[in-house]
Write a protein of this length. Structure first.
Length: 287
């Protein structure tokens, strides 16, 4: 028995907001979709599909995914000559956080890259007594646009899913549409699946070991998921606090607070396991 890896591509059909720490009245978005957000969206979709007139059993479906599936983060992708290439984060000395398309080429500073795919939506609550904006409700929501600003071409997200011994009991492979992230009441977060590529042997170009109890990336140069800050294999990068909610409760088991963020550079001799939460963990447990 072993894991099987699949590469999938999701085209963005509407604006997308993935919650991030705010800046004043601006609700910022991440530029990628964490594995946990994909897990939650798939759990909701398949639980509803399998309900058969009953109340959706979200916990059972979610638990099944945790036992039999792992997910990578999804990164924004651009189509070049019929192929979709993701833009991946990487910290460079003297430059800070940059982005580079997987097929190589120009290295873009984070500020420049954000200008290529982000816009904002302004909203407020109206006070019915005065028919004016209610005090303290003005906010601006940052979101990823469905098309690249510099070319007008469609934007997609590329990532990987791993199934244990091809176990797909809840029909994950048949899902063609997902709603991910926040602001869904405004129609945000619609993804349409373009491709599910069978039996790949790498994850964003990093070779895989699929024989362990979790998928293992063999000696990546950069992190493309969060890793707990106690990991001493990181050469340089940045950290942030990461917490999550599970069925209305703060989930402390899956997240350990302070983490290295995607794009942080690591020692090239470290192997990383993809955990249930989507976080990576050094296989040797180094800390």
């Amino acid at each position: 028995m072993a894991w099987q890896a699949y590469r999938w591509i999701w085209r963005l059909e509407s604006p997308l907001h993935i919650g991030f720490s705010p800046a004043g009245m601006l609700n910022r978005t991440r530029l990628y979709i964490p594995a946990r957000a994909i897990w939650g969206a798939l759990t909701a979709e398949l639980a509803r599909q399998n309900a058969q007139g009953n109340w959706p059993d979200y916990q059972r479906v979610g638990r099944n995914f945790k036992e039999n599936a792992r997910f990578s983060y999804l990164y924004p992708a651009e189509e070049v000559n019929g192929q979709w290439y993701p833009w991946l984060p990487r910290y460079e000395k003297g430059l800070g956080l940059c982005w580079q398309r997987q097929d190589g080429g120009t290295l873009l500073p984070d500020r420049v890259f954000r200008q290529r795919l982000l816009s904002t939506h302004l909203s407020t609550a109206i006070d019915p007594a005065s028919d004016t904006a209610a005090e303290g409700t003005l906010r601006e929501v940052e979101y990823i646009m469905p098309r690249w600003r510099h070319t007008g071409a469609p934007l997609a997200f590329v990532g990987y899913v791993f199934l244990w011994d091809s176990n797909d009991a809840h029909g994950l492979k048949v899902v063609k549409e997902l709603w991910v992230g926040g602001e869904s009441h405004y129609g945000f977060g619609r993804l349409h699946r373009l491709l599910l590529e069978d039996l790949v042997e790498d994850c964003f170009g990093v070779s895989l070991d699929l024989q362990d109890d979790a998928p293992v990336l063999q000696e990546p140069t950069f992190l493309w998921a969060h890793v707990t800050a106690v990991d001493n294999n990181v050469v340089f990068g940045a950290q942030e606090s990461l917490l999550g909610w599970d069925y209305g409760n703060l989930c402390r088991e899956a997240f350990s607070g302070l983490c290295w963020i995607p794009g942080s550079r690591v020692k090239g001799t470290t192997r990383y396991r993809i955990m249930e939460s989507g976080l990576w963990e050094a296989q040797d447990g180094a800390s």
